[in-house]
Design a protein around this ligand. Structure first.
Ligand SMILES: *Cc1c(COP(=O)(O)O)cnc(C)c1O
Length: 398
């Protein structure tokens, strides 16, 4: 018998710097009384990120959703945008707030990102952009999408909310497409309490984004566009600076967890993992998605999810339901089949992985899943034997 965890294990747990270090660094903000509006800490953070991403075209926001919303607005995206239904709702909300019609297209089965072939088939005269997601930090099909965007003269935008630290061929993922949005929300593997970042190709967009996030102010007496308020505060920026120092360590730990999960699940029937990524990709190991095959495992994803709750393990069904199945998007007509997305969404379960999670606890989570599988399959065998022997005795009687 395996005992439940004493304390709940959630899918993630935000990394925090040492309390004393953070408090010490707060003194700068207390001294200046500069709390928000492009203060010295935000400026420092922006410089650090520019260096990290090797680009001057970087703009910080109070969260990723507003970053994406303003990014789309600043680029003048309109009409229809081809996107994925297998993502967090904010991807689609950002389109909606810009009065853009989302056109949902199916994903590919290995890494769950937009299927380029399906994208091409969904282009209409109203299409202005592709909004792809590096879901779970897995790079979308960068070259095929870039090729389609170029041939059809479309903007290529990436929701890179999960992809901080991901590199392709030694280059940051931020350098692909016309614009990328990174989320620094507390639940992401890199965070600044809350926060968002846009990186973009066209340096002319920088001032537009700066105006849009600050009510459209160009100077004290000039408002050049109807902007909103989406500024990052000094304390958010300060947290971002602290966590950045540890980010390589965070990735390293997450990689150890990933390796252990992969090793353990190689012997569990019905638990499928995305294939290892190609050599040229430096992954951030931010998520641990598994697919549950009901026949092989002995129970479906939802049952396993509920069972794990009984052991105090709170995995998440990312991403279920699909965006197009939420009440507020139900009225949008779906042109093509979303077969792969539907299947994945019904089978996917995202397991705990975070800096603080010990390898012992990962082993225990795997033991629990193995135990749940054995318990169920043994029960099924007994039922089978009972039914077989009953049929046997009945046939003997007759
Ligand atoms: C978290 C997330 C967002 C939104 O970012 P926030 O910083 O929470 O506003 C957008 N897209 C995806 C895929 C996300 O996971």
């Amino acid at each position: 018998m395996i005992k439940p965890f004493k304390k709940p294990i959630y899918v993630t747990k935000p990394f925090l710097p040492r309390f004393e270090d953070f408090c010490e660094s707060l003194k700068e903000i207390w001294d200046t009384h500069w709390l928000t509006n492009d203060g010295p800490v935000l400026q420092r953070f922006t410089r650090q990120l520019s260096h990290y991403f090797q680009t001057d075209n970087a703009c910080l926001f109070t969260n990723g959703t507003l970053a994406l919303q303003i990014g789309l607005q600043g680029m003048g995206i309109s009409g229809e945008v081809i996107t994925t239904p297998f993502t967090f709702v904010a991807t689609t909300h950002a389109l909606f707030w810009n009065k853009i019609r989302p056109v949902f297209v199916d994903i590919e089965p290995d890494y769950y990102t937009l299927d380029p072939e399906k994208v091409e088939a969904a282009i209409t005269p109203w299409t202005t952009a592709i909004l792809a997601v590096h879901v779970f930090g897995y790079p979308a099909n960068l070259h095929a999408l870039a090729d389609i965007a170029r041939r059809h003269n479309l903007n290529l935008i990436y929701d890179a909310a999960h992809a901080f630290g991901v590199e392709v061929n030694g280059r940051s993922i931020a350098h692909f497409g016309d614009m990328s949005m990174f989320s620094f929300h507390a639940t992401k593997s890199y965070h600044s309490l809350e926060g968002g970042l846009l990186t973009f190709k066209d340096s002319g967009l920088k001032s537009t984004f700066d105006y849009l996030k600050n009510f459209g102010f160009k100077s004290q007496v000039e408002v050049v566009m109807p902007g909103t308020n989406a500024k990052m505060t000094e304390i958010q920026a300060l947290m971002g600076i602290h966590v950045l120092k540890y980010f390589d360590e965070i990735i390293e730990k997450s990689q150890q967890i990933d390796t252990l999960y992969r090793e353990r699940f190689s012997t569990v029937p019905g638990i499928h993992l995305p294939p290892p990524l190609p050599e040229d990709i430096r992954y951030n190991y931010a998520y641990m998605p598994i697919e549950v095959d009901e026949k092989e495992f002995g129970m479906n994803r939802d049952e396993l999810y509920e069972k794990l709750n009984q052991y105090n393990v709170f995995a998440r069904r990312y991403f279920y339901p699909l965006i197009c199945d939420f009440a507020c998007y139900k009225s949008i007509s779906i042109v093509a089949s979303l077969k792969v997305a539907q299947k994945v969404s019904e089978r996917i379960l995202t397991l705990p992985t975070y800096y603080d999670l010990s390898l012992d606890d990962v082993n225990r989570i795997c033991d629990i899943i193995m135990h749940i599988h054995r318990e169920r399959t043994t029960a099924m065998q007994i039922t089978e034997e009972v039914t077989t022997s009953r049929t046997y005795s009945i046939s003997k009687v007759s």
